[in-house]
Design a protein around this ligand. Structure first.
Ligand SMILES: [Zn+2]
Length: 68
């Protein structure tokens, strides 16, 4: 049984995803807050809002491609 702990104060998580940067392929520092995920690449200083999912090989980041 999977127990999900919901703590109203501690719903944030910081993680680093190697190769997660859509621009330079560098390691992306991801901060998860309630309702939002922010990604920041220290290499090219790109800020992004990826969608995070858990795949078979770990955490997968999906970036929306702006078709503007
Ligand atoms: Zn980058």
């Amino acid at each position: 049984m999977l127990e999900v702990k919901t703590d109203s104060e501690q719903q944030m998580a910081d993680l680093s995803v190697g190769g997660g940067c859509p621009s330079c392929g560098g390691a992306l520092s991801v901060r998860k807050t309630p309702g939002q995920v922010w990604g920041y690449c220290p290499s090219c200083r790109r800020l992004s809002q990826p969608r995070m999912a858990v795949g078979p090989r770990g955490i997968v980041l999906m970036h929306r491609t702006a078709a503007a």
